[in-house]
Design a protein around this ligand. Structure first.
Ligand code: TLP
Length: 343
């Protein structure tokens, strides 16, 4: 069988053999009644790893983020975030459609909202106002290039949040990539956050699911909001079993993906692509295709002919992502393929 090298996203992974076995053998129960031992074990592990009291298994990152927004806010309020966040760009406007929230975006630097502008954007109390109640951060930040928000930045944002009585939610779809790249414990990185969503189905290799973590009170409320969205499960342990393996075995290996991303970025530079190297921090690589070399859509097509799938271009900008099913040899093959196409 021909190997397809799929660099479009770290969502394009297959479960490990151990995950399949765990899924087959998982003890099961009714998740909505909190009787599924496997889901409960996964939730306990997720809460512990992120240093929070409790956790909830959700269908997706989108659902986890939306549930968090619904718990932290009331309809008619506003939520602040950096202007290229995933919640703003790629979650179908759920915050407005379902949660009844107004969005205020703030320009950022490498994915972190600019602090002075963030504070200025806060809407205070008043009969006429969509008062701000929540700040959402994204760590790592997808559109900025998989960049990390540091503990120092988190602390500074927490100061602003405290001063204005706002909560902080972290869309940590790839929070473990951030922790590994920054060289700190995940719990330390999110200490100042009131809630965090992270994806099992991204870098960690699971077929399904996200975790939402926070206080016991927050998670009790989140469980009800998840039910509104139709996200209560029955024998959810089948899917949670893969998550347990992921938290046990798949976090430490993320540094391999980061190394592969750096090698890929160096190779892309070598063949003439343009990259802001400040953004090469984790497993995402965004590059600009100079039009004098090749048309971005043509490059995608030619790479596909070589069985290498790369992201759909946005203008001339293309994303490639390393993950557990991309080996060092795959990265080298990708660079060689680029060289052949561009020679
Ligand atoms: N990101 C996906 C999809 O948008 C295509 C990707 O390939 O990067 N937050 C962040 C930062 C994300 O990157 C994503 C998904 C989500 C939330 C949503 O997670 P899901 O797809 O599980 O709803």
């Amino acid at each position: 069988m021909v190997k397809i090298i799929d660099l479009r996203s770290d969502t394009q992974t297959r479960p490990t053999e151990e995950m399949y076995q765990a899924m087959i053998n998982a003890p099961l129960g009714d998740e909505q009644n909190e009787e599924d031992p496997t889901v409960m074990e996964l939730q306990k592990m997720a809460a512990e790893i992120l240093g929070k009291e409790d956790a909830l298994f959700t269908a997706s990152g989108t659902m986890g983020n939306l549930v968090a927004l619904m718990v932290h806010t009331s309809p008619g309020e506003s939520v602040l975030m950096e202007e290229e966040t995933h919640i703003m760009r790629c979650e179908t406007g759920g915050l407005a459609v379902v949660a009844g929230l107004m969005l205020k975006t703030v320009p950022g630097e490498l994915g972190c909202p600019k602090l002075d502008l963030l504070e200025k954007a806060i809407i205070g109390e008043g009969r006429l106002f969509a008062t701000s109640s929540l700040i959402c951060l994204e760590n790592t930040h997808n559109a900025a290039g998989g960049t990390c928000i540091s503990v120092e930045q988190m602390n500074a944002i927490a100061e602003i949040a405290k001063k204005h009585n706002l909560k902080i939610h972290v869309d940590g779809a790839r929070i473990f990539n951030a922790a590994i790249a920054l060289g700190i414990e995940p719990a330390h990185l999110v200490q100042k956050a009131d809630s965090v969503q992270f994806c099992l189905s991204k870098s960690l290799g699971c077929p399904y699911g996200s975790m939402l973590v926070g206080t016991k009170e927050f998670i009790a409320k989140a469980r009800k909001k998840r039910q509104i969205l139709g996200g209560g499960m029955r024998q959810g342990g089948v899917m949670a079993a893969a998550g347990i393996i992921a938290l046990d075995k798949m976090i430490d290996r993320l540094s391999e993906d980061h190394e592969n991303a750096r090698i890929l970025a160096d190779g892309l530079l070598e063949v003439g692509m343009q990259i802001d190297m400040r953004t090469i921090q984790t497993n995402l690589v965004f590059f600009e295709v100079p039009t004098h070399l090749v048309e971005a859509t043509e490059l995608v097509r030619k790479m596909k002919d070589k069985n290498v799938l790369i992201g759909k271009p946005s203008g001339n900008r293309i994303r490639v992502v390393t993950h557990k099913d991309i080996s060092r040899d795959d990265v080298i093959f990708t660079i060689e393929s680029l060289k052949e196409i561009l020679k």
